[in-house]
Ligand binder design. Structure first.
Ligand code: R5P
Length: 293
């Protein structure tokens, strides 16, 4: 029997994945010592095929624990080890934007490639890199997209919605999701000047009177969504809802998004959050089967 291993905070997603695959599911035990070190405890004997589910939101400690858990899984019998990271951090720093800056995507990718045979994720923020195979050199990298599921959810909740991508990077993603659901779409232009300083210019599309659904891969500070929502409402949108794959919503981001006039906020369950409305389990099941084949 193959096994899905998980950490405590992702038990729900792991159990859903294991159940759909017909695999066992067990937790990795963590004891935190007073000095900040952790004791990591896995089942004492592992089957050949193991999936370790670990989303990498709040990534630094989680990467530290993967550094221990992955080789421990090998020692305990895992011959083929797949990381399922519904949210994969450090993908945005994909070039040296200023002299001396570490290209984090490259280094995190290489570390994952050293620990895992395959890495599966959902809507990674790949900009200058074409595929997950490039992120984990020499290993199997696979990404799936929650956009069609989010768009289908939006179409059910708001028939006839106008899907709005807040930036060009989300444009292609939103275009495909809109076409698959028979919805209109439009793409904004974004200028980011700092962590919390974002300007979004709306496209020429007629937004007045339309029910707008903003779709993006990620909401972190929420500033992108806030700027786009304010722009759409200023242009006469009848309502603005939000659908994102990864709802990080750092600090008071969600409250700020709502204060900007957003009605509903929907996210996938890649990152556990009160806004979760769409499950990526079917996507992950298909990806794990593809890797297993
Ligand atoms: C970047 O291009 C991404 O697609 C998101 O738009 C961005 O990361 C969102 O970040 P924030 O919520 O901090 O504006």
């Amino acid at each position: 029997m193959s096994l899905v291993l998980h950490f405590d905070d992702e038990a729900g997603l792991a159990q859903g994945l294991a159940h759909a695959l017909g695999w066992d599911c067990q937790a990795v035990g963590i004891h935190r010592f007073p000095d900040g070190e952790c004791r990591v405890c896995l089942p004492s004997s592992l089957p050949r095929r193991v999936v370790l589910l670990r989303g990498l939101h709040q990534p630094n400690e989680k990467l530290g624990l993967l550094l221990i858990a992955a080789p421990a899984a090998r020692d305990l019998g895992a011959g083929h080890l797949t990381l399922v990271a519904p949210y994969l951090a450090y993908m945005r720093q994909d070039m040296e934007f200023h002299p001396g800056e570490a290209v984090s995507q490259r280094h995190v990718g290489r570390a994952l490639a050293a620990w895992f045979d395959a890495v599966i994720t959902v809507d990674p923020h790949l900009h200058r890199v074409a595929s997950m195979d490039e992120v984990v050199p020499g290993r199997r990298g696979l990404s799936v997209s929650a956009a069609p599921l989010l768009a289908a959810h939006a179409a059910r909740q708001v028939p006839g919605a106008l899907l709005l991508a807040p930036d060009e990077e989300a444009g292609q993603w939103v275009r495909a999701a809109a076409q698959a659901n028979g919805l209109d779409h439009a793409v904004c232009r974004k200028r980011r000047q700092g962590d919390h300083e974002v300007q979004v210019a709306l496209p020429d599309a007629d937004v007045a009177g339309r029910a707008v659904v903003l779709m993006d891969d990620l909401a972190s500070t929420g500033r992108t969504l806030i700027a786009a929502a304010q722009g759409a409402l200023a242009r006469g949108a009848a309502s603005v809802d939000v659908a994102v794959t990864h709802g990080l919503f750092i600090g008071d981001a969600l409250a700020q998004v709502r204060a900007a006039g957003v009605r509903h906020v929907w996210s996938s369950d890649c990152v556990p959050h009160a806004s979760n409305a769409v499950s990526v389990v079917p996507l992950l099941v298909a990806a794990v089967r593809q890797v297993a084949d």
